[in-house]
Design a protein around this ligand. Sequence first.
Ligand code: UN1
Length: 500
Amino acid sequence: MSHKDVLTAAGLSESELTGGTLSVHSPIDGAEVARVQETDPADMPVIIARAQDAFRAWRKVPAPRRGELVRLLGEELRASKHELGAVVTLEAGKIVSEGLGEVQEMIDICDFAVGQSRQLYGLTIASERPGHHMRETWHPIGPCGIITAFNFPVAVWSWNTALALICGDPVIWKPSEKTPLTAMATMKVMERALKRFGDDAPDGLAQLVIGGAEIGEALVASEDVPILSATGSTRMGSVVGPKVMERWGRPILELGGNNAMIVAPSADLDMAVRAIVFSAVGTAGQRCTSLRRVIAHNSIKDDLVTKLTKAYQSLPVGDPRKDGTLVGPLIDAQSRERMQAALETARGDGAIVHGGEAVTSDVPDGGAYVAPAVVEMPSQTEIVRTETFAPILYVMGYDAMDEAIAMQNDVPQGLSSCIFTLNMREAETFLSDVGSDCGIANVNIGPSGAEIGGAFGGEKETGGGRESGSDAWKGYMRRQTNTVNYSDELPLAQGVKFDI
Ligand code: UN1
């Protein structure tokens, strides 16, 4: 199928793909696949006002009915799974199975949110005063801005949107400039769901804005966008977070990760190798949850490195559309340059680098293909503590578990982490108060590929936000504490007397 056919099958028309100012390239072969129209920054106030209007109507629609829209979105996504997955492959370079997996993640969060729409529970609380009761209620807040990155070009929108919509909040989506087409294709699916849902979905409930920093800044700066969910680099988050807070908005930040696996002496090494390869090499190392560091016990480290380098040698790198490919291209040439520069720095720190070179044969011309790298490090130097969005796996040794946990935590980021061990004391220590400091900590599975049922996000430079499952929905609502007096007295709390 040609690039054009993929886009047409996903419902994008010739006029949407031509005549604009934003040039979109496929990482598969670097070809320009579209010139998309950008949102005029001058239109942002109107777009935000439209979302505010939508909010005033949508908050009155009962939550389970709002859930019906999300149910329809899930249904439409199921029907369009292959077409949308193919656009993810085309525009983000994911292998077919991961493109489909990303759409499945969208479907999963829709299913989750539909159930959640009947469970926006608050507490009832005992009052200290006679004839009074207290309760906690949850209310919609208003439009939610969603800024997403190229590497999960559609799933991250869906985590935010499925929850925001059931919670009564309209959404305005600014996708990465590298992946506007997946966003446009997703909006087609959303439009079908909205059409089936009928009239109680107001205009402006789910809007898309395309463009650069100026567009994002309009969302970040507007008091009429009370929630701003941003996924991307720590640098971006460090600008966005404070700006949103300055105007008393609520940021939900999903920023960098520097995810580690501790491999203990008792670990099932073959299983560890499989988990390492998927999480370090999957999505060409471009997940925020990608495995970037292995901290292996010195008694098994060499054995592990041998097994890993052997597994890495047979990894099929190439066209992500081709059956059997496991490692597709990096998003662009700059990304490959950053990878090469990181490997150079590591070499300077005394690393032994296995792999990591550019791959140019048996791959489509024009894409940035690389051989994933295993990098033996003498210690956790600055480059190891830096997130490089590429398939580089740093391997370091340890002697005592305390030391391994300290190393795992001694990075600025705090997204995901894991331990491979059959020793229950080690596993439970890793998950305890003195263990991993990350938002996600796993035992005997890798750090990436989280299910949507859990809250997703991390600590420290990762930004502290939580999205997706568990009670992440609370981030999209305002909490209200209610005290109701059903007596004919007016006692004050804390025994205060104030008779007039
Ligand atoms: C991301 O890389 O931004 O846990 C999200 C995972 C996926 C989501 C990754 N479910 O790897």
